[in-house]
Design a protein around this ligand. Sequence first.
Ligand SMILES: [Fe+2]
Length: 341
Amino acid sequence: MHPVFSHARSELGPAWSQALLDASKKFASASLPVESPAQTVEVDIHVERIQDGVKELAEEYSRTGVALFNYLGDAELPVHPLLLVGRLLADEVGWRSEVVHPAEREDARDGTVKLYHSPKWLGPAMDSSALAVHQDGFGNAGSVESVGLFVESGGARAATTYFTNLALVVRNLMLDDPTSVEGLFAPDAIHVTSRRGSSSLRTTGPILFLDELDRPAVNFRESDSDTVVSIREDLLDMYHYLLSASRPGASGVLEVQFNQTGTGVFSNNRLLVHGRTAFTDGERQRRVLARKWWSSYAGFERPIKVPGFRVSRLYSEVLNSDRVEGEWIFDEVSGLESRVR
Ligand SMILES: [Fe+2]
C-alpha cells in the first residue's frame, strides 16, 4: 500500500503546470529497465571471448539498469580492465563521452579514480564510513550517465554497496496514481548544498525530469558529511518514502559485497541511486575500488560545477537552462550562487 502524497501543483503557475504534466506523462510512458537491479545476473568476462561477454553485459544493463561482472583475465594488460570492458560496453549501449576526472591524474595514472580510505579527509567517497544514498557527479547537471566500479582489492571486512532503480520505484507509484508523483517534477523540489569553502556549490532542481535527450532522469540524494539536502515541504513524505525504498533490504535493491578482486559493476547513474555501508581495512588488505564515469552527451569529457540540470526542451524556459554552463560557486554568507567562469 503506497502512502498518499500531497503536492502544490497550483503554486507553480499555469505554464509550469502544463510542462510538468507533459513531462510526467512522458516519464510514465518512456522505456525503462523492466527489472529491478536485484534481478541482474553476474556475467563472467573471459578476455579471449570478451565481445560475447560484453554483449551479455549490455543486455543486463538494459534489462536491470546495472551490469555486474567478474573479470577473468590478465591483470597486467596495458589498459585497465574497467576501461577495457567499459569502452566496449559504451559502444553497445551508446555512451558518447568518457569523462576524465581530475583525480585520475593522481595515484596510478591508469585512467581510473582510486577509491580507498585515505588518512586525509578528502570527502565521503574517500572515507571508510558509510556512504549515504546518492548519485555520482554532484554539480554535473545530470550529465554522468554511468558509473563503473572495479574491485582492485577487498577490505578485511567488506562493505555492502547497494543500488536502487528509483525511476522504476516511481513508475510503480505512477501505475497506482499518476498524480501522486507530479510534485517531484517541480523545479525547486530538491536543493543540495556542498559546503567546502571556496568550492561550495548549491544545486536546485526537480527530483524527476526528462533530460536533454528526453529520457527519464532522477536527481536524488540524502544528506551526508559533505552535503546538506533540503526538500520542498510538500514533498517530504514522498522523499522519505523514496529514501526507504533505496535502503538495503528494500524490494528490488541490489546489494553487492565488493570483496573479490576482479568484480565490477556499471550502474545507470541517470536512473539509479546507490550507497555503501562502512568497511574496515586490514593491515595487508586495503580496500581499493577503481571508478570511471561515462556520459551520453557528446563532448562531455570534463566534470563541471554548475547549479542547474540539462533538461528536455519541454522545460528549458522554466528550469534555469542558463545554469548548466561555466563554473559556479555558492556563497554561504549571501546565500546566492554566482558564475565565476
Ligand atoms: Fe558513488
